[in-house]
Design a protein around this ligand. Structure first.
Ligand SMILES: Nc1nc2c(c(=O)[nH]1)N[C@H]1C(S)=C(S)[C@@H](COP(=O)(O)O)O[C@H]1N2
Ligand SMILES: [Mo]
Length: 314
C-alpha cells in the first residue's frame, strides 16, 4: 500500500490563501451583517460560526496536492435535497439543523444500535485526510476532510458473516430539504458499498472540512468519502447504516441504470453514456487533466477488483 507522508508543519495551500479569505469573510460577518442580525436574534451569531474540531490528527493517507479553495469546496456542491444548481446547497441550507442527530445501525450484525453524533465527535479520534474527489460530471477537487475511518465505526456494531454489503440512507425531511418536495430523484438518497470496500482504510465517515464541522451543504453532520469512486458514492447527512446480504440499489442506479453502476470506480476508460470520463477539470484550473484509474488510488484498491470486468461492473 502506497502511503504518502505529509509533514504536520507543512503549510497547506488553504492555510495560506483560501483560509485567509475565509477568515476575512468571517470578520466581515462578525462586524457587519451577522452582528446586526445578532442584535435582533442573539442566537444567530453562534449558528453562523462553524465549530473547530479539537485534537485533530493528520493522516498519512493524505495526498500532497494543493487543496481547493474553501469557497469552492463549500459553494460548488451537489446536494439535490437543496436543489440541483451548484450554488443551491450553499444558498438553501442556512437553516439546516444537524443537531441532535443519530444514525440507526442495524441489519446483519450482532450489536445493532444508534450512533450518536456527539459520541462520534468525542469518542472517536478525528483525523484530517486530504483526498481528491472526482465527480461523474468530470470535475474534481482536493478537499481537506476531517473524519473517522469507516471500519472503526462499523466494527462497534459487530457485522456478522452474512453481511456482504453496507447500505446508507440520507435523512428525509422536506421542511429542511426543499428539493425533497419534488421528485427530482427517488428519495431518500441511498448508497451502498461492498463489505471490503466499506472496511478499506481509505474509506472515511467525514465529520468536517478545513478543520471544522461540516457545513450543511457538504453533508452535515456526517457523510461518506470513498476517494477512488465517483463523488455520488459520498452520500450526505446519513441517518441509517444497514448491513445486508444482497447488493443495495443506489439512488443513481434507479435514476439511470445504464449511466450509473453500483461500483462507480473512477475509470477513464469507461465513458459515461453521454460524455467521456478520460479527463477532468480540477476546479480552479483552466486546462483539463487526464483522469487517473481509481482516481489515483489504484495502488491501494485495485486488488479489491481482481478478476472483475470493470466495463461490466462499472
Ligand atoms: N444525500 C445526497 N448525497 C450526495 C449528493 C446528493 O445529491 N444527495 N450528491 C453526491 C454527488 S453527485 C457528489 S459529486 C458529492 C459532492 O460532495 P460535495 O458537495 O461535498 O463536494 O456528494 C454526493 N452526495
Ligand atoms: Mo457527483
Amino acid at each position: 500500500m502506497l502511503i504518502k507522508k505529509t509533514i504536520a508543519s507543512d503549510p497547506k495551500s488553504f492555510e495560506i490563501t483560501s483560509r485567509s479569505t475565509y477568515l476575512k469573510r468571517r470578520d466581515f460577518l462578525k462586524g457587519g451583517a451577522a452582528l446586526a442580525g445578532a442584535m435582533m436574534f442573539p442566537w444567530s451569531l453562534q449558528a453562523a460560526l462553524p465549530k473547530k474540531i479539537p485534537n485533530l490528527v493528520k493522516s498519512p493517507f493524505s495526498t500532497d496536492e494543493p487543496v481547493n479553495k474553501y469557497d469552492d469546496v463549500t459553494g460548488y456542491n451537489n446536494f439535490y435535497e437543496f436543489g440541483t444548481g451548484k450554488s443551491d446547497p450553499y444558498s438553501n441550507s442556512g437553516d439546516f439543523k444537524s443537531r441532535p442527530w443519530s444514525v440507526t445501525v442495524d441489519g446483519l450484525c450482532d450489536k445493532p444500535g444508534q450512533l450518536d453524533i456527539e459520541d462520534l465527535m468525542s469518542k472517536f479520534q478525528q483525523e484530517e485526510r486530504i483526498y481528491r474527489m472526482r465527480c461523474v460530471e468530470a470535475w474534481s477537487m482536493v478537499i481537506p476532510w476531517v473524519g473517522v475511518q469507516l471500519s472503526s465505526i462499523l466494527n462497534k456494531f459487530e457485522p456478522n458473516s452474512k453481511a456482504k454489503y453496507v447500505e446508507f440512507t440520507t435523512l428525509v425531511d422536506p421542511e429542511q430539504f426543499p428539493g425533497q418536495k419534488y421528485p427530482i430523484i427517488p428519495w431518500p438518497y441511498r448508497e451502498g458499498l461492498r463489505m471490503d470496500e466499506a472496511m478499506h482504510p481509505l474509506t472515511v465517515m467525514a465529520t468536517g472540512i478545513f478543520g471544522e464541522e461540516l457545513p450543511p451543504q457538504n453533508g452535515a453532520p456526517l457523510r461518506l468519502v470513498v476517494p477512488w469512486k465517483y463523488g455520488f458514492k459520498g452520500i450526505k447527512s446519513i441517518v441509517r447504516i444497514r448491513f445486508v446480504e444482497k447488493q443495495p440499489v443506489s439512488t443513481w442506479m434507479t435514476a439511470g441504470p445504464n449511466e450509473y453502476g453500483f461500483y462507480a470506480n473512477v475509470n477513464p476508460e469507461v465513458d459515461h453514456p453521454r460524455w467521456s470520463q478520460a479527463k477532468e477539470r480540477r476546479i480552479g484550473e483552466f486546462l483539463r487533466r487526464p483522469t487517473l484509474p481509481f482516481n489515483g488510488y489504484g495502488e491501494e484498491v485495485a486488488d479489491l477488483y481482481k478478476g472483475m470486468d470493470l466495463r461490466k461492473f462499472f
